[in-house]
Design a protein around this ligand. Structure first.
Ligand code: HEM
Length: 597
C-alpha cells in the first residue's frame, strides 16, 4: 500500500514538474516565433523509445525527410535539434558561433565540459580556447614537415602485413592508424596498443549506444559503487592517465639523451622553452592531455574510412580499375607518395567520396546552444543539444545527385554541383562538412588527408581487391551498409581477397616492410628468433638424448636383442620434431607477424 501511495505521489509530482517545464518553455518563445517542427514525444521520456539501438542516423535522417532539414525532438526532458542541411549548419554553427560553440554535458562523463582533459568535448571557455590554440600550433608544425613521413613509414608496414593475411585487415588498419598517431604524438609507435584500448573505452563511455546513462540520463547520478559504467570509466581513465604521463616522460628522456624523434610533445617542450610563454601554451600537465586527446582522436577515426574504402572497391570494381590506371600512369610502377598528390586527383576524389558515401561520424559531435535564439522564425532554446547530422547532409540530392551511389566523378567532373577546380588542388578534405562547423571544426584534417591518401593509394597500387568465392564457386556476399553503433561508425566485418597485382609488387612490399617496420617490430623479430633458437636447441638436446638411448638399445640388441623393435622408430620421432627452417615470412594465427617462420 505504502509503495502504491509512493508511486502515485511520485508520478503526480513528476507530471506537475513536466507541465511546469512545458509552460516555462512556451513562455520563452518570443512573439512571432514558433517551436521547431518535430516528432511529438511522450511526457518525460520524449521520443526515446523510437530511436533504434543501431544505425540511429538512419532514423534521424528519416525524420528529417518528414519534418525538414532542421527539427527538434525531446529525450528525457532535453531538447535535441537535428540539422541535415549544410547551409543551416553553417548559418547557425559557423555564423552564429558565439551562441553555438559549446558542448553538452555527457551524462556518463559529467566532467567532460570542465575537467580540462577532453579538448574535443570541453565547454566553450578559456581552458578550451587555450587548448585549441595549442592543438592548432602542434598540428601546423607537424603538417609543415609532412608529418615527419610517419604516415608513409607506417603505410609501408601496413601494406606488407595486409599482403600476408587480408583476413586480419581490421587489426592491421588499426595498427596503422594508432601507430602513426602515436609516433606523431610521442615520437614512438610503442604506446599504440594501449592507446587503441583506452580510445575504444572512451568511445563507449561517450556514445549513446555505448553506455545506458547517455540515454537514460538519471542513471548518471548513481554513486560510483552502484554504477558499472562509472567504474569502467574510472579504470579506463586511471590507465590513460598513467600512459599519458609515461609517454611524456619518455619524450623528456629522449630529448635529454639526444634521441628524440619529432612529436607533438617535443614541439610543446621546445615551444615553451623558446617563448617562455606558459600563459599562452598552458602547463605541461595540460599539454599532456591535449596531446593525449589528439592521439585518441586519430587512433580510431581514420580506420573507419579505410575499411569503407575496401567495401567501396568490392561494390564498385570499376573505380578500382580507374584508380589503378591513374596511379600506374603517374607513379610508373611505384607506390604513391605524398609528393604525388597534385598529380593524383582521382585518388583524392576517391578519398573524399568514401567519406561522403559512408560518413565516419554519421551523427556528428553535438554542440550546445548558450542563448535562446530564433532562426527563420523558429525558436531554438538555450541549453539545446545541436546535432549536425553528417549522414543527412551527405544524402542531400541537390548537392549530391544519386547520393546512395559511390561516385568519385562528383568531385572531378564540372557537370556536378560539388566540382571545384583546379584539380591539382581540389578535391581536398579541408572545409568538408564531415569535419564539423565553426569554432569546433576538426583539428586533425592534415593527418586524415595524408593517412587516407597513402593507405587507399597504396592498397590500389598493391592489390586487386576482390570478393571471395566458396569451394562450390558461389560468391561470398559483402554487406552494403552494416555499421557499428558507436559515435565513430565502422563497417561490420566482411570477407575479401587482396592479391598483389604482380610478382614485382610482392617483392617491393617486402622491401617496404624492411624500411617501414618499427623498432618494436625489430624487437619482435629478435624475440621470435630467440624463441626459435631456444626451441631448436631443445630439440637438438632431445635428439641427442634419443640417440644415446638408441645406441644403448643397439648395444643391448646386438647382445641379446628383440626382432620386433628397432632404432628407426626413435629416428622418425626426432625428424618430425625438427623445427621449420628459417626463411619465409608469415603471420601467426594470433595476428602477430612471424618473420622467421
Ligand atoms: C576520418 C577522421 C576524422 C573525422 C571524420 C573527424 C571528424 C570530426 C568531427 C565531425 C568533429 C566535430 C566538429 C564539430 O563539433 O563541429 C571533430 C572534432 C575534432 N577532431 Fe576530428 N575527425 C577525424 C580525425 C581526427 C584526427 C586524426 C584528429 C587529430 C588531431 C582529430 C582531432 C579533432 C579535435 C581536437 C576535435 C575537436 C575540436 C574542438 O572541439 O574544438 N580528428 N572531428
Amino acid at each position: 500500500m505504502a509503495f502504491l501511495t509512493g508511486l502515485i505521489v511520485t508520478s503526480w509530482a513528476l507530471s506537475v514538474l513536466y507541465l511546469l517545464k512545458r509552460k516555462q518553455y512556451r513562455d520563452r518563445i518570443p512573439v512571432g516565433a514558433k517551436p521547431l517542427p518535430g516528432p511529438k514525444g511522450l511526457p518525460l521520456i520524449g521520443r526515446v523509445h523510437d530511436v533504434p539501438p543501431e544505425k540511429t542516423w538512419l532514423k534521424f535522417h528519416e525524420w528529417s525527410k518528414e519534418y525538414g532539414p532542421i527539427y527538434q525532438m525531446e529525450m528525457f526532458g532535453s531538447v535535441h535539434v537535428w540539422i541535415s542541411s549544410e547551409k543551416i549548419a553553417n548559418d547557425l554553427l559557423s555564423r552564429r558561433a558565439v551562441i553555438y560553440s559549446d558542448r553538452p554535458t555527457i551524462p556518463n562523463l559529467p566532467n567532460n565540459r570542465t575537467s580540462g582533459e577532453y579538448l574535443a568535448l570541453h565547454g566553450r571557455n578559456e581552458t578550451w580556447k587555450r587548448q585549441r590554440k595549442l592543438c592548432q600550433h602542434l598540428m601546423a608544425v607537424s603538417a609543415n614537415d609532412s608529418l615527419h613521413d610517419y604516415p608513409t613509414m607506417e603505410r609501408d608496414r601496413f601494406l606488407f602485413l595486409l599482403a600476408q593475411d587480408p583476413s586480419q585487415y581490421r587489426e592491421y588498419i588499426e595498427q596503422f592508424t594508432a601507430r602513426t598517431v602515436s609516433r606523431l604524438s610521442w615520437g614512438s609507435a610503442h604506446p599504440a596498443n594501449v592507446l587503441r584500448h583506452t580510445t575504444f573505452g572512451l568511445l563507449e563511455t561517450i556514445s549513446p549506444a555505448g553506455a545506458l546513462p547517455n540515454i537514460v540520463s538519471w542513471l548518471g547520478y548513481l554513486p560510483r559503487f552502484l554504477s558499472p559504467w562509472q567504474q569502467k570509466e574510472y579504470a579506463r581513465h586511471e590507465l590513460e592517465a598513467r600512459m599519458w604521463k609515461n609517454n611524456v616522460k619518455y619524450v623528456h628522456d629522449s630529448i635529454n639523451d639526444g634521441s628524440a624523434d619529432p612529436s607533438f610533445v617535443r614541439t610543446f617542450i621546445e615551444t615553451v622553452k623558446k617563448t617562455g610563454d606558459k600563459a599562452k601554451w598552458g602547463e605541461e600537465s595540460e599539454a599532456t592531455y591535449v596531446v593525449g586527446q589528439m592521439a585518441i582522436a586519430g587512433a580510431l577515426t581514420i580506420g573507419s574510412p579505410i575499411q569503407s574504402f575496401l567495401l567501396a572497391m568490392l561494390h564498385y570494381p570499376q573505380w578500382q580499375m580507374k584508380l589503378q590506371e591513374e596511379i600506374d600512369a603517374v607513379c610508373q610502377g611505384k607506390c604513391p607518395e605524398w609528393s604525388n598528390r597534385e598529380q593524383l586527383p582521382m585518388l583524392r576524389a576517391v578519398v573524399k567520396e568514401v567519406i561522403r558515401w559512408r560518413p565516419p561520424v554519421p551523427t556528428g559531435i553535438p554542440h550546445a546552444s548558450e542563448k535562446d535564439d530564433v532562426y527563420n522564425g523558429y525558436f531554438i532554446p538555450a541549453g539545446a543539444t545541436i546535432h549536425a547530422l553528417e549522414w543527412g547532409m551527405t544524402r542531400n540530392e541537390e548537392i549530391y545527385p544519386d547520393a546512395e551511389t559511390f561516385n568519385p566523378s562528383r568531385w572531378l567532373d564540372p557537370s556536378y554541383p560539388t566540382y571545384k577546380g583546379p584539380l591539382t588542388e581540389y578535391p581536398k578534405l579541408a572545409g568538408f562538412s564531415q569535419f564539423g562547423f565553426g569554432r569546433r571544426t576538426c583539428q586533425g584534417v592534415p593527418i586524415v588527408e595524408q593517412d587516407l591518401f597513402l593507405a587507399m593509394g597504396g592498397m590500389a597500387w598493391a592489390f586487386n581487391i576482390t570478393k571471395k568465392f566458396r569451394a562450390d564457386g558461389t560468391e561470398i556476399p559483402v554487406h552494403w551498409n552494416e555499421y557499428s553503433p558507436l559515435l565513430i561508425a565502422k563497417p561490420a566485418p566482411f570477407e575479401f581477397d587482396a592479391r598483389p597485382r604482380s610478382e614485382a609488387i610482392k617483392w617491393k612490399l617486402r622491401g617496404m616492410w624492411e624500411t617501414g617496420r618499427g623498432e618494436d617490430d625489430i624487437e619482435e623479430e629478435c624475440r621470435v628468433r630467440e624463441e626459435k633458437l631456444r626451441v631448436r636447441a631443445e630439440h637438438m638436446k632431445l635428439d641427442r638424448e634419443r640417440e644415446v638411448e638408441a645406441d644403448k638399445y643397439d648395444d643391448a640388441a646386438s647382445v641379446g636383442g628383440s626382432e620386433t623393435s628397432g632404432p628407426s622408430e626413435g629416428g622418425s620421432v626426432s625428424s618430425s620434431a625438427t623445427p621449420n627452417t628459417p626463411g619465409g615470412l608469415s603471420v601467426r594465427g594470433d595476428g602477430e607477424v612471424d618473420i622467421w617462420a
